[in-house]
Design a protein around this ligand. Structure first.
Ligand SMILES: [Zn+2]
Length: 212
């Protein structure tokens, strides 16, 4: 699992289109043992994004042979949700999932359920792991993130970039953290896009919460 810095959902199709199979931009395999090997194009797959199917490119490392889904930088892993929508929902001061859903611009009535699922993703174990990667300043994980990357909208997108460049940990949003962009090996095979064809809302997505 990697993302393309500076390329969000809106611009993704202008970089990658299913019918074009141009070489990938320079994306390094996140595995330290591969010492900066560049990913090669390795097809793609469809998943639901904002209620429509979106084609996502996939890369493969020529050395470790791990394939990586290449996400837009503002898309959650394994969720049909943008990091900005999640951010609006997790921002402090939103009392209930219904209020949070409204803030996230999610349409009713399934919105509260979706938002509740996102919020459930930020459980105690996940937050503890996340906070362990952030500078030790007082506050909730979100407040710490804000202090680290600035409080303007886009906190989670910037947090993803920071975690990646600082630790090589991919922040998937409510679905977890992946060290070196990889799920734990209990996930079958060597692909990072299992569950990607889950329907809108996520379905049976694997959790990346546990890693190490
Ligand atoms: Zn590799």
């Amino acid at each position: 699992m990697v993302s393309l810095p500076g390329v969000g959902i809106k611009d993704y199709a202008s970089v990658f289109a299913r019918e074009r199979r141009e070489p990938l931009p320079a994306l390094v395999c996140p595995c330290p043992a591969c010492r900066g090997a560049l990913l090669r194009g390795h097809g793609g797959y469809e998943r639901y994004v904002e209620s429509g199917l979106m084609w996502l490119r996939r890369g493969i490392c020529p050395i470790c042979k791990v394939t990586h889904a290449i996400l837009p930088d503002d898309l959650c892993a394994y969720r049909d949700a943008t990091l900005n929508a999640v951010e609006a929902a997790v921002a402090p001061g939103l009392a209930t999932p219904v209020v949070a859903a409204r803030a996230a611009g999610e349409p009713a009535p399934e919105s509260a359920r979706r938002v509740r699922r996102w919020l459930a993703g930020f459980d105690a174990a996940f937050v503890q792991r996340l906070v362990g990667l952030l500078p030790a300043v007082p506050g909730t994980w979100f407040e710490r993130a804000r202090r680290l990357v600035g409080s303007a909208p886009g906190v989670l997108v910037r947090l993803r970039a920071w975690l990646w460049t600082t630790y090589g940990v991919f922040f998937g949003g409510p679905t977890g953290l992946w060290r070196h962009g990889r799920p734990r090996d209990r996930f079958r095979g060597h692909s990072t896009d299992h569950g990607s064809r889950a329907g809108p809302g996520g379905g049976s997505s694997p959790s990346g919460h546990e890693w190490g």
